[in-house]
Design a protein around this ligand. Structure first.
Ligand code: G16
Ligand code: MG
Length: 216
């Protein structure tokens, strides 16, 4: 029986993909490294430093750890400035209704995000106080597909893994949910995932017949 739903943030609650893209493109251009939306897609759900490594794998020069740290900081400063444009209007369709429905049914809800900017993003879109727990990039040592973020979110809700469902847009996140022994729901790009227990075209489908709740 599912008693809690853990939501990924970027790509599930709000789409910051384009903002990450713009910020990484600035770094890639500055360094003369090829970068496009296909490469950006590989960065979904992946931590900042791992994202940088993926981008630098196409560079002709070798970067020192200090240089990498500096690039990651520059990217984040650029990205955080872009986050200032976010508002409640950027909440993805169906999210607010889904939260309301789950609360009505006494289902606990949490955020399980790789982003160190998760609280800032939630504040900008007006959802900071909507969740029973928030576990983000500041709380974890290992990023998705490691299950740490979801295990900690489940614990913060006071629930066992089998009582939790995870909603994810990234393959790495679906794997993390399965590694946490939770029910994995893939939306958006992850709706193609073979590892997901259930796939939906959008979060609003969670409302339809409470599909996944009925299943468990
Ligand atoms: C998000 C994004 C990733 C990003 C990561 C780290 O994860 O999907 O593209 O690299 O956070 O973000 P930051 O640089 O803000 O710490 P999620 O798990 O919310 O999808
Ligand atoms: Mg995501």
């Amino acid at each position: 029986m599912i008693k809690g739903v853990i939501f990924d943030l970027d790509g599930v609650i709000v789409s910051t993909d384009d903002l990450h893209f713009e910020a990484w493109q600035f770094i890639a251009n500055q360094e003369g490294i090829p970068f496009d939306r296909t490469i950006n897609h590989q960065l979904r759900g992946v931590s900042r430093m791992e994202s940088l490594e993926i981008i630098l794998s196409r560079a002709s020069k070798v970067y020192s750890n200090d240089e990498k740290q500096s690039l990651a900081t520059q990217k984040n400063e650029f990205y955080v400035r872009l986050l200032d444009q976010l508002s409640e209007a950027d909440i993805l369709p169906g999210v607010k209704e889904t939260i309301r429905l789950l609360k009505q049914q006494n289902i606990k809800i949490a955020i399980g995000s790789s982003s160190k900017n998760a609280r800032k993003i939630l504040k900008k879109i007006g959802l900071l106080d909507s969740f029973d727990a928030i576990i983000d990039g500041n709380d974890i040592t290992y990023s998705k597909p490691h299950p740490e973020v979801f295990i900690k979110a489940g614990q913060a809700l006071g629930l066992k893994p089998e009582q939790c469902a995870v909603v994810e847009d990234a393959e790495a996140g679906i794997l993390a949910a399965k590694n946490a022994k939770m029910f994995a729901i893939g939306i958006g790009p992850a709706s193609l995932s073979k590892m997901a227990d259930k796939t939906l075209l959008g979060i609003n489908e969670l409302l339809v017949g409470q599909a996944f709740l009925d299943n468990k």
